[in-house]
Design a protein around this ligand. Sequence first.
Ligand SMILES: *Cc1c(COP(=O)(O)O)cnc(C)c1O
Length: 224
Amino acid sequence: MSIAKNLKEIKANLKEGVELVAVSKTKPSAYIKEAYAEGQRIFGENRPQELKAKAEELPKDIEWHMIGHLQSKKTKYIAPFVSLIHSVDKLSLLQEIDKRAAQNDRVIDVLLQIYIAKEESKFGMDEEEVIELLNSEDFKSLKNVRVVGLMGMATNTDKEDVIRNEFKGLKTFFDSIKNLSISTPLNMTNFNTLSMGMSGDFKIAMEEGSNLVRIGSSIFGSRG
Ligand SMILES: *Cc1c(COP(=O)(O)O)cnc(C)c1O
């Protein structure tokens, strides 16, 4: 397996305007260095402590994305430097991120994770919960967190029509929020990011409007 070769192949398949998060969770820093040497700068992890440890030993111009479920109490590990948190699924987590961001004198960009799959195990909010959250005074009062888009994971299936429909639904919802203008200037300016698509379904996701794909195993090999 060659990380460089895999990465080149993935990049050759990205549509214009689509950014790549190289998902390096569980993989050693040496793998990240290989991708870095090929010019990759955005890496995704799903465990805060692992993310922090890797960030400390790897080049400072890497943009670290937190892609997995985030427990509020672990926000502190990544708040000083994380570039984007993809997986915000409740107001209390937004409030914790806001608090930690303020302590670090910065604004943290986040995506709201939307539940689109027909699987019990996946995290995320439904559309009604999102609208309610974005309209709430509690949300509007947050000063150090900015919602810049949405993230969703499709059902893990080989039925392409199922996956496509889930992505299509998320894109429609994304567009409707963009047009709502329910937001305060600070915490929803730049609402432009739609994170959908992984190794198995990123081509469908791009066809349905994704502009940020999260790819792990196709670059770094399976996680066993
Ligand atoms: C692990 C993970 C990925 C990458 O999955 P692959 O199938 O290895 O590409 C993408 N998104 C999230 C949220 C993940 O947890």
